[in-house]
Unconditional design. Structure first.
Lengths: 311, 495, 293
């Protein structure tokens, strides 16, 4: 009894000491936490209330069950596996390509010696991010159109026939990847640039003096510096794997490329138009989020083994 | 004694005044209308003659709230009990949901307050019904507007005028193929396309000549049966014809990638011989002007009906029994009968002759004058001023005369001509899908398969077509759905 | 290759020269791929419609015209909406940055009790939210409906951005911050006087991200407001473009492609102009000599 009391006493003392040390930090976080409590967590609770009130007021029982019904509709759809497959393939490829490209571009910029040119390229690189997919589509059309697109004009001169880039299953995904990289590489590399810029130049000096080659300097200094940012961003991007880019695909796709390009979100969108109930998009959204969150946990666990991770 | 009587009389007089006064000055209530109809000059909706007339005549100040995100907004506001008095509903499915959950007023109960409205939309009132009662005003659809267009300039260069234009599909296509072979835009390349347009509706006249229309549409035939033209025997022939045209490049391979304006632009620059679109895309004054610079002496005319091998000559499908918009009333108003009657009076008013004239043409004397035999003559300089008034047409309008006034005499012949073409009655929008039928899957399957047949990605033989129909029936339960649609339609329309 | 601030030039080797050349070539190629479509957008906004249709991608501005821009400015709400968006962006970014930094810094302290739990709770909100309707109801309950705050508050802290900041704070050497504390500086002072100045590149980047998000405010308006004077820039531009291309009712028709391009240019120019200022902070050597030995 005595020993237990002493242990609890020690625990309490430690807790108080910690609180004493860390209270300013809690204070700093207060307003941010209030925001999350009010605008993120309270509405979650509000969902339950809404359904309860809703039932009482209008006397209808249906809502939670409608959600499950919609779930079933989606999973028993003949296209379910194709949709999930397309979503995962497109998403994963985009993830790999854009991770590589944004790091590669940041490294490229960093290794550039001409300062003015570097700034110019950097500024231009992040502009495409601001174009909406509709506009980008218009520009892509000018290049890839089967009848008058520039690419096809050249191809027709060489081979006599045109490549249906935008309407063929063979090229559609490639088109998606290319345009995605075109649009977002610059913007995505900003964060890597900002980290690279903070590297102590003395490290490079020292390495050079020790006889390190350019390549070695990159591998041993630059890359490690962006390692934790890279891992963190990858964790978060992997968790978004169920979002393959609706805005982009919706603008570019057509029935001719449903086979390779139809993703979960485009299907759900059509379902909304076909006038299925609102509940389907919520149900599917929930499914995607569950997957996403599970992935965060899993990948974070893996990252923790390397000393990184979100928590 | 006299003073007491005098005092009594004065008191009585005052009392009468007090009672009489409110009866003379009605309170003007403000109501909100939420809709996805927006005037291009949005400041016009703040204060205008329509709003003034509503205030004067009905005692209602109508505040117009434009919101393109109708579905989400309605969900949010209905759940928080914050719905406006009148609101547009984006689809029948949402209307059904709202009606079942008790957010929307059953207008059939108030039919006596909406006599003109119900009469005006009589043809398509069923489109706003849920379970037999009217829950939303289904505004009168616009007149039929689709057509295939050709540039008379080129046809005349080859000696073909409106008089000797072939009126069979075969003859017309032969002529067009001939024209396509001659390099009309003079750019030295054999790249002229025959027919362009946006999405599947480009092909509607080609299908129409076989008595069919684009796939996955529920059509009401002359004897009242609902069917999908895909199931008719002529469909196979129609597909063969289209497939051939596609293979030779006559049909633009990019119809799914183009927007309406891009398709018309292709026609204007001579890249395409024919274009399939609505008359506004090609004949509105502003449009004509901007295209003039591309081709100053172009004269775009309607191809008109073409008779196909089956003897049919439809130009497209048209939702005569459907709706342009659905306007519903907040169910909570049932507890406020006075306010409700004012709200309903607004809806009814725009369906009366006076209201129609107001929302279509403006104020008599100011914007138009009445000619002989009651015709409305709008002052030309005032047309711009009444540009916005169409948003207030909560029940619809007399489309032909309205468009004539608004778009001018230059466009009128085309407006009239397109509306007089033969069309198939498309009732897809008003048939609610049952929960056992996966409409999205069926639509995906149909779009993909038919597109593959047309583009040549899939072999088109009587066997493969039959296999497609078979799968449609078994895996996607399409046949069952058609039967269901028949039953549903007969119940809905009472026919 | 990086120049040390002291000015010592490290000798370029032959292979260095090759790599430099390769880098320049690659960057030049990327530059072309990015630049020319942007140039097209700008040129298309000042070229007459028929020239745009005929010329395809290679527009030569032989007869520039500003009809597309005057169409944009003919909309009565455009100037007001520009101010609204500007206000929302400035106020919103300041608020978001303050809240994010104040969350990121404590969460970067490894010893903070409950750190893992709080982080998990915040990450959780990235995937699960009550949804639009309950959020709407909360906004309503807070009396924010139809106010400018409704365009700012609902999305003001992004867990993603906060984590970026936190990750950088974590990577800062502990000795630095401890040195400050030994000198008697409290946590807030350490944050403001030491951590922030040293993390400028990342902080500026996150600030840019927030600014772009606020600048693009669109849906929030239609969900939470109805007052026309609160319309943000993107809403007015979208309405304009939609009205010019929408139903047959639109009496005017102004060629969409030129107007679309003009709208893009008009809405991008301010935000694109901000970047050079941020680039200033992307200077190397910010950490030079910060930690001895």
């Amino acid at each position: 009894m005595h020993k237990l009391e002493r242990k609890n006493g020690q625990k309490r003392q430690r807790a108080l000491r910690l609180l004493g040390k860390y209270w300013p930090y809690y204070l700093m976080m207060l307003s941010g936490l209030v925001y999350f409590a009010l605008l993120k967590y309270a509405p979650m609770y509000g969902v339950l209330i809404a359904f309860k009130d809703f039932k009482i007021k209008k006397g209808i029982w249906g809502s939670p069950w409608v959600g499950l019904q919609n779930f079933r509709t989606f999973f028993t759809s003949t296209y379910c596996s194709r949709l999930i497959g397309n979503t995962l393939i497109i998403s994963f490829t985009k993830l790999v390509l854009s991770s590589f490209m944004s790091v590669f571009f940041a490294l490229l910029l960093n290794e550039c010696t001409k300062r003015r040119f570097k700034r110019l390229v950097q500024t231009v690189s992040y502009m495409p991010h601001f174009l909406s997919w509709v506009i980008i589509y218009g520009i892509v059309y000018l290049f890839c159109s089967e009848s008058a697109g520039y690419i096809n004009r050249i191809v027709r001169m060489l081979t006599g026939s045109a490549i249906p880039i935008m309407t063929s299953n063979t090229y559609f995904r490639g088109l998606l990847y290319f345009t995605e990289l075109w649009k977002n590489t610059g913007y995505a590399s900003i964060i890597y640039m900002s980290v690279i810029v903070g590297i102590d130049p003395g490290l490079y000096e020292a390495a050079t003096i020790d006889g390190a080659s350019r390549w070695q300097r990159i591998v041993h200094i630059t890359l490690p510096a962006i390692r934790s940012t890279f891992i963190m961003l990858t964790i978060m991007n992997i968790s978004k794997i169920m979002n393959a880019g609706f805005d982009q695909i919706y603008v570019f796709y057509s029935p001719q490329v449903y086979q390779t390009g139809d993703i979960i979100d485009t299907y759900v969108y059509r379902a909304g138009l076909e006038e299925m109930r609102y509940g389907l998009s919520t149900a599917v959204g929930l499914f995607k989020n569950v997957i996403g969150f599970t992935l965060v946990f899993t990948t974070n666990r893996i990252a923790q083994k390397w000393g990184e991770g979100l928590w | 004694m006299k003073t007491r009587i005098l005092a009594l009389v004065c008191a009585l007089a005052l009392l009468l005044c007090a009672l009489g006064a409110p009866a003379l000055a009605d309170d003007v209530i403000t109501i909100e209308v939420l809709s996805d109809a927006n005037a291009s000059d949005d400041s016009a909706l703040e204060s205008n003659f329509v709003r003034d007339r509503f205030k004067e005549k009905l005692g209602v100040d109508v505040a117009w709230n434009y919101n393109p995100e109708l579905q989400t907004t309605l969900n949010m506001r209905s759940m928080s009990d914050d719905l406006p008095e009148i609101f547009a509903v984006p689809s029948r499915a949402m209307l059904t949901e709202l009606a079942e959950d008790g957010y929307v007023l059953n207008l059939s109960d108030y039919a006596d307050q909406l006599p003109d409205a119900f009469a005006f939309i009589e043809e398509n009132i069923a489109a706003g019904k849920v379970g037999g009662d009217v829950y939303a005003i289904a505004t009168r659809p616009y007149a039929f507007r689709a057509a295939t267009w050709y540039n008379a300039k080129w046809f005349e260069q080859c000696g073909v005028t409106a008089e000797n234009m072939p009126d069979t599909l075969e003859g017309f296509l032969a002529l067009c193929r001939d024209l396509v072979a001659r390099d009309l835009d003079g750019n030295g390349q054999n790249d002229t396309i025959g027919l362009t347009g946006t999405k599947r509706k480009t092909l509607r006249q080609l299908f129409g000549a076989y008595g069919c229309t684009i796939p996955n549409k529920l059509v009401c035939t002359a004897d009242g049966t609902i069917t999908d033209t895909m199931l008719s025997p002529a469909y196979y022939d129609a597909l063969c014809c289209i497939r051939e045209l596609w293979a030779e490049g006559f049909i633009d391979h990019e119809i799914f990638s183009l927007s309406d304006t891009q398709a018309v632009e292709k026609a204007m620059t001579g890249t395409a011989l024919l274009v399939s679109c609505d008359w506004p895309s090609i004949k509105k004054a502003g449009v004509v002007e901007s295209f003039l610079a591309l081709d100053p002496d172009a004269r775009w005319e309607i191809v008109g009906e073409l008779t196909g091998p089956t003897g049919d000559r439809y130009v497209g499908d048209y939702n005569a029994q459907s709706y342009q918009r659905l306007y519903a009333v907040n169910a909570d108003l049932a507890d406020e009968p006075e306010k409700l009657s004012k709200v309903l009076s607004v809806i009814n008013y725009v369906a009366t002759e006076e209201g129609l004239e107001l929302t279509s043409y403006g104020v008599e004397g100011e914007h138009w004058s009445r000619g002989e035999n009651g015709a409305v003559n709008v002052f030309p300089e005032k047309v711009q001023e009444i540009n916005f008034s169409w948003v207030y047409q909560l029940c619809g309008r007399e489309d032909l005369s309205y468009c004539r006034m608004k778009f001018g005499e230059a466009a009128w012949p085309y407006i009239l001509a397109t509306s007089e073409q033969a069309w198939l009655d498309d009732v897809t929008k008003i048939i609610d899908k049952p929960s056992w039928y996966n409409a999205t899957d069926a639509e995906t399957f149909i779009s993909e398969s038919v597109m593959a047949f047309i583009s040549g990605d899939a072999e088109l033989t009587p066997e493969s077509w039959a296999a497609f129909l078979e799968k449609l029936d078994t895996t996607y339960q399409y046949g069952e759905f058609i039967d269901y649609a028949n039953g549903y339609y007969h119940e809905l329309s009472g026919k | 290759m990086v120049r040390a601030k002291t000015g010592n030039r490290i000798r370029e080797t032959g292979s260095d020269r090759v790599i430099n050349a390769a880098v320049l070539v690659l960057l030049a190629v990327l530059f072309v791929i990015w630049f020319f479509p942007m140039l097209y957008v700008v040129l298309a906004s000042v070229t007459p419609y028929e020239d745009v249709v005929r010329a395809g991608l290679l527009i030569l501005p032989s007869r520039p015209t500003f009809t597309a821009y005057s169409f944009l400015f003919s909309s009565t709400g455009i100037v007001g909406s520009f101010l609204v968006t500007l206000t929302v962006t400035i106020v919103g970014t300041l608020l978001s940055m303050a809240l994010s930094i104040l969350l990121a810094f404590p969460l970067s302290k490894k010893g903070l009790p409950g750190r893992a739990l709080i982080t998990k709770l915040l990450v959780f909100t990235m995937y699960f939210s009550g949804g639009l309707i309950p959020t709407y109801m909360m906004v309503r309950r807070l009396h924010l409906l139809n106010t400018i705050w409704a365009l700012i508050i609902p999305g003001c802290v992004s867990t993603y951005n906060m984590l970026l900041l936190r990750s950088y704070f974590v990577s800062m050497p502990d000795e630095l911050l401890e040195a400050a504390e030994v000198d008697g500086s409290g946590p807030l002072r350490t944050l403001v006087q030491i951590a922030l100045p040293l993390s400028l590149p990342v902080t500026m980047s996150v600030m840019l991200f927030y600014m772009v998000t606020y600048w693009n405010t669109y849906y929030a308006y239609y969900y939470y407001c109805y007052d026309k004077s609160l319309r943000p820039l993107q809403v007015v531009l979208m309405d304009l473009i939609r009205s010019a291309t929408g139903e047959a009712e639109a009496d005017e028709f102004v060629p969409t492609i030129t107007v679309q391009m003009a709208a893009v240019v008009f809405s991008c120019v301010p935000i694109v102009c901000v970047y050079p200022f941020i680039q200033k902070y992307f200077t190397t050597g910010i950490m030079l000599g910060a930690v001895k030995g």
